[in-house]
Design a protein around this ligand. Structure first.
Ligand SMILES: C[S@@+](CC[C@H](N)C(=O)[O-])C[C@H]1O[C@@H](n2cnc3c(N)ncnc32)[C@H](O)[C@@H]1O
Length: 326
């Protein structure tokens, strides 16, 4: 019997396949498979655009009647609960069967149920002939409201990528301090603030900064936004996210790109870089080690691919710096 505490279920469009797999590798150190992942790592499902639910396993058994006995042993007594059946890949139980199982769960819990505003959702699911009972935490879809942010920009990141960049950069850890180094209109910052991450932003362009501030204020989010060239920041962060200028609306070349990346390496040891060009050689030139990679196609009128590199500062780079300082 698998010895995990959580079952995560995923939902995503085919064109986000690579992005979702990159995110799950970075949060859980394994890829989701068939929209499913078992893990002992606890994360809020709402930090990811792709995680639909977190199922916290309370009891499991190959024998359904044994599972019911186990549930009763827990003596759960709670008002306002709801029971939901979670259909996982490979579970072909019919509707009537699922309804009967929900009734069994309901009778195994003491208290008055509340179907519309439950205080807790208990759930049952079956995977590879094992029955699981647990608590279901659902994804909060309220972040979709960011679609109507007051200030937008044709080249802003999509909110799915923005959200994923935050979960990748932080590894899902909300205590990490993040920087959105080229924040533009603040698409990444909105997603970080919504999920309760510590993030600050910076952009060399005053108009962009004002737009970011207006967007954050619109949703009552508070975060520091600096009107600055990244090279002039001197704070330390756990991770920096860089959505590099695309040379479409703001001018860029290899020297500018390298300067931005090298400046970021002075602020954090973990850097997540987005670019529509292949800048792997430049990344390596900056002394960073690429630990993971994924790409996602931008759909719409203007089609291009966004590449995402997860980079770490090589420890020997630190050693080199320390040696030269002494
Ligand atoms: C591709 S845009 C970022 C878009 C942003 N992620 C969004 O979704 O709105 C790149 C941004 O980098 C900023 N930028 C360029 N060079 C910079 C530098 N040296 N320091 C800080 N920001 C810089 C530009 O002003 C531009 O807003």
């Amino acid at each position: 019997m698998p010895n995990h505490r959580y079952i995560y279920s995923f939902k995503y469009d085919h064109h986000h396949n690579e992005l979702c797999k990159l995110e799950s590798r970075q949060i859980f150190a394994i890829e989701e498979k068939n929209n499913l992942l078992f893990s002992n790592i606890k994360v809020d499902p709402s930090i990811s655009p792709f995680i639909k639910n977190r199922f916290e396993i309370i009891s499991s058994s190959e024998d359904y009647s044994k599972l019911l006995k186990n549930i009763k042993k827990h003596n759960i007594h709670i008002d306002g609960f709801k029971a939901e059946y979670l259909i996982l890949d490979g579970d072909s139980s019919g509707y009537a069967d699922r309804l009967n199982k929900l009734r069994d769960i309901g009778y195994s819990i003491e208290g008055a149920p509340d179907y519309y505003t439950p205080s807790i959702i208990y759930s049952i699911c079956n995977y590879k002939n094992i029955w699981y009972f647990g608590i279901l935490i659902k994804h909060n879809t309220d972040w979709h409201k960011h679609k109507n942010k007051p200030c937008s920009f044709s080249n802003s990141l999509g909110k799915n990528i923005a959200k994923t960049l935050v979960s990748i950069a932080s590894n899902g850890n909300k205590t990490n301090q993040l920087l959105d180094a080229c924040c533009g209109v603040g698409t990444v910052m909105l997603e970080a603030c919504f999920s309760g991450f510590n993030i600050e932003g910076c952009d060399i362009n005053l108009k962009a900064i004002n737009h970011t501030r207006e967007n954050l204020a619109h949703y009552n989010y508070t975060a520091n936004v600096y009107h600055s060239d990244i090279k002039d920041l001197d704070k330390k962060y756990d991770a920096v996210i860089i959505d590099l200028p695309y040379n479409l609306y703001s001018y860029s070349n290899d020297t500018i790109t390298l300067n931005i990346i090298e400046s970021a390496t002075k602020l954090a040891s973990r850097i997540v870089i987005v670019s529509i060009s292949d800048i792997e050689t430049l990344i390596k030139k900056s002394g960073l080690k690429i630990s993971d990679f994924g790409s996602v196609e931008k759909r719409g009128k203007l089609k291009f691919t966004r590449n995402i590199w997860v980079c770490e500062k090589e420890s020997n780079v630190d050693l080199y710096e320390n040696n030269t300082k002494s």
